[in-house]
Design a protein around this ligand. Sequence first.
Ligand code: UGA
Length: 458
Amino acid sequence: MAEIAVIGCGHVGLVAVGCFAALGHQVTAVDVDTRRIELLRRGVPAIYEPGLEDLLRDGVESGRIEARDRYPAELDADFVFLAVGTPSSTGGASDLRAVRDAISALAPTLRPNAVIVNKSTVPIGTGNMIAETALSAGDTSVSVVSNPEFLQEGTAVDNFMNPDRVIVGSDDPDAAERVAQLYEDFGAPILRTDIRTAEMIKYASNAFLATKVSFINEMASICDVVNADVTEVARGMGLDDRIGSKFLRAGIGWGGSCFPKDVASLEHTASMSGAHPQLLRDVVEINKEQRRRIVHKIQTALGGVEGRRIVVLGAAFKPNTDDIRESPALEVSDLLRLAGAEVLVFDPHVSAEKIRVEFPRLTVTPDLIDAIEGTDALVLATEWPAFIDLPLAELALGMRTALFIDGRNAMDARAVREAGFTYRCIGRPGLEGGPLEPVTHIDRSNGVGSDHALASNR
Ligand code: UGA
């Protein structure tokens, strides 16, 4: 078993801490954020990730995890995994301050023959910069390996333990071999390559997945006008092994802490290096357009959103995480607010405080049933499983006009319609039940709605 240090206790770092400890390694976790470290000392993750808390608690109780908020004089580790944040900065460039700070702080503490293993997503060439910085601290036996992470929030523990592939990039074959051995028991293919190529594999993978989603979203807009069903189109395409069925779910677009930042960073690197990354630019543009498109759909269905009360279901950028970074749900909510709607956001796992930090003008509601009274539309923006089983008929009763916008094509359209809703979705016009009709308010005082009411609440 190895002695491992993990620098940075965000999503990638904490999952590595928990999983390496579960595999029997001795893990030292370091983060300058004292709150995260205090939580970790009690076995509590600072993020919401299914299955992680059990691993951290076991690791802390068994003494296999030690948490530190500063670097010791000597780091007892054969492998030092870097998992610090690399947020987007001006023009899409990655902000590498945390990487630089971590390397300067840890370089003097390394034991001879230690391997620095970089898991942070970094622009191509950063691994070489890390090597130079570490070497300039004096110890020439230190090696650098790029070992990009491919885990998805929400299934991160399983992704770590059952990887599709492991990428090990290094100019030092011995160091690469030692890192590869850490993963050998997983039985996944291990690709050994150079540092820059490993860094590029990470960006190319995320950019391709984002492209796949933007592609199917573009197909969805075409389906909307030619009257085809994008879900069936995706199924038909996905049966071809060369295409594959994953990441072909049309919706209100991609978000999160990785795709937006990584596509922007690759586009930036490419442009700054004289390449012309046209496809990446279009992939981003289609994604922006997807948010505007759903707002337009709501406006068309309601005959304008000014003064309308709209409840948005979901704030997280996808289900099974409380991460709201670049969340399509919140961006759509804010676009609706800017268009004059009264917007209430409901999410079963994201706290109101968290949302208010990013979007102070959005109203967050803790109780869906309370919020529903007098509402004109429900917009499903994050496909939390709890939303799929909503008491739809009951909700429709309290609404002013029962419009359901399924921004993730996640609902059973017939069940939604049977509950009294007018249903709208993405790229499946056949399920929407005929041409759009303008909506006018129902006069609730005498219980009589106008001819064009979406649905009566009585
Ligand atoms: C993504 C990658 O999938 C991971 O492999 C990678 O390790 C990670 O970024 C990272 O670089 O750290 P993640 O950000 O957790 O993982 O999210 P995904 O599950 O990939 O979803 C990204 C976005 O695409 C979400 O907003 C999701 O709703 C959207 N999406 C995904 C779709 O709209 N349709 C799909 O078919 C799939």
